[in-house]
Design a protein around this ligand. Structure first.
Ligand SMILES: [Zn+2]
Length: 193
C-alpha cells in the first residue's frame, strides 16, 4: 500500500474491479500498470468511508470500475462509462486495442448524414452497454491513419474490437436494435473461441 497523504490515497494502490459478463467480476492489477502517481488522475471521494481516491482517467475511459483503496467499495464513475469515448489516431492503441472491454468504434464524419442519423443510437448504446462494451467514436477526417489502417471506405462503419482484434464490422446506418444484436453476437462469438 502506498502511504496516504492528508487522507488522499495515491492512485497506484487502488484495486480495480472489471465486470466481465459470464466470466464474473474479477480484480485487475491496476497497480502494476500504473506508470506514475503523477499521471492524469481524478479524485473520487468514497461514499462509504469518505476516503479520497486518486483514479487514473485513462482507466475510467476504458470503462473500468474502480474500488475504494480503503474499504474496497465501488466508487461512483457513471459519467465516465456511459457516454461514447472519443478516440483518435494517437489514442486508438491504448483506448481500443488495449481495452479490457470489447469496443464498438463508430467511424464517422460531421458531413455524413447517415452518421448523424445513428448518433443518438450510438449514445444510447453507450449507456445501455456500460460496463459490458465500450462505445467509441472516431472522426475519420481528423484521424485518417486509423481509418486507412482499417480500410474504412464508407461511413458510418462500426468496428467491433475484442482483445485488440477486429471481429466484425457493421457498415451503413442501421436501427439501434440491429446494431446491438450484431455487436453482442460478434462479442459472444469472439469470447467463445
Ligand atoms: Zn471507502
Amino acid at each position: 500500500m502506498a502511504p496516504a497523504r492528508n487522507g488522499v490515497k495515491l492512485g497506484c494502490d487502488i484495486d480495480v474491479r472489471l465486470d466481465v459478463p459470464r466470466a464474473g467480476p474479477h480484480l485487475l492489477g491496476f497497480s502494476q500498470r500504473c506508470e506514475s502517481p503523477m499521471s492524469d488522475t481524478t479524485l473520487i471521494p468514497c461514499p462509504s468511508c469518505g476516503a479520497t481516491n486518486r483514479v487514473p482517467r485513462t482507466k475510467l475511459a476504458q470503462g473500468l470500475q474502480p474500488v475504494c483503496g480503503q474499504c474496497k467499495q465501488r466508487l461512483p464513475t457513471a459519467v465516465a462509462a456511459t457516454t461514447p469515448l472519443t478516440v483518435t489516431d494517437a489514442t486508438f492503441a491504448v483506448d481500443v486495442e488495449r481495452s479490457p472491454l470489447p469496443v464498438l468504434v463508430d467511424a464517422w464524419a460531421p458531413w455524413c448524414g447517415p452518421c448523424r442519423m445513428i448518433a443518438p443510437a450510438i449514445e444510447e448504446l453507450a449507456a445501455e452497454l456500460a460496463g459490458k462494451v465500450r462505445i467509441a467514436k472516431l472522426n475519420v477526417d481528423e484521424n485518417p491513419q486509423t481509418a486507412s489502417r482499417f480500410a474504412v471506405r464508407s461511413i458510418p462503419t462500426m468496428l467491433v474490437m475484442v482483445g485488440g482484434r477486429e471481429v466484425d464490422r457493421i457498415v451503413g446506418a442501421q436501427p439501434k436494435d440491429a446494431i446491438r444484436q450484431r455487436l453482442e453476437r460478434a462479442v459472444a462469438q469472439a469470447r467463445g473461441q
